[in-house]
Design a protein around this ligand. Sequence first.
Ligand SMILES: C[S@@+](CC[C@H](N)C(=O)[O-])C[C@H]1O[C@@H](n2cnc3c(N)ncnc32)[C@H](O)[C@@H]1O
Length: 264
Amino acid sequence: MPNIEQLRIIFRYISYWLNAIDEHSLQPPFAYRLYTSVIKRKEQYPIFEDIEKSRKELLADQREISFSELGAGSKVNPRKKRQIKDIARNSLTPAKFSELLFRLVAHFKPHIILELGTSLGINTLYLAKVRKEVKVITFEGCPETAAISQELFQKHSSENIEVITGDISATLPPFINQVEKVDFVYFDANHRLEPTLNYFNICLSKAHTNSIFIFDDIHWSREMEEAWKQIKENPKVTMTMDLFNSGLVFFDPDLKKQHYTLMF
Ligand SMILES: C[S@@+](CC[C@H](N)C(=O)[O-])C[C@H]1O[C@@H](n2cnc3c(N)ncnc32)[C@H](O)[C@@H]1O
């Protein structure tokens, strides 16, 4: 029997599904092109197979680590000692979304990518493997999880990834202070209202016309729903795209302020 929170998500999904549009109802050229040539694109790259092999290994990895819980946490397994396979099962996004991250990086060609919430590093690899020249800075609060992700990056010879360990509320501000701009930010750490808005505002201070922000789990909880609502309302935000599990945010003032709910 689903609990109230599970019912809320089911209801939310039905409402998404009823409202989501596809390319046939999408008129503006930027949104149409992005949707048809990036979001809905399905082609596979050889690197996907390598990364998915590692995902499978993590999903079978019985090693146990001490997990330091900093975020809103797993709704499924909030214990302290956790097996890597359980972290992989509960924290990693489906491959379909990982592939979208890859295509977005390939399309927008950011120089610097921030990932808030590394976990085991699967999506970090998708972000970093597009081009060697791209620099990925990934933030993780749990030192033992960060250590597992670093094993993975070494195994995949990904020298363009830097892991910053510690609570993002302490590590992000000094990092942002010393960069000129942020091109691409993937928010997937503390899924609470206040930290999400805090990270958003910190990154927003260095966003530019062509920056893109991606938020994971925008309908995961009431707090994330509220965070997503406030992000959309921010005057610097122009176009947004709701893909249900994630939301894309754009700042280009030439784009009309418009919020699309899109089939993905
Ligand atoms: C959902 S997982 C990230 C998954 C990863 N982005 C992926 O898709 O492969 C969230 C991660 O954020 C980390 N996290 C949560 N709150 C944090 C905080 N305040 N500071 C640093 N890391 C945090 C957790 O330890 C966890 O590993």
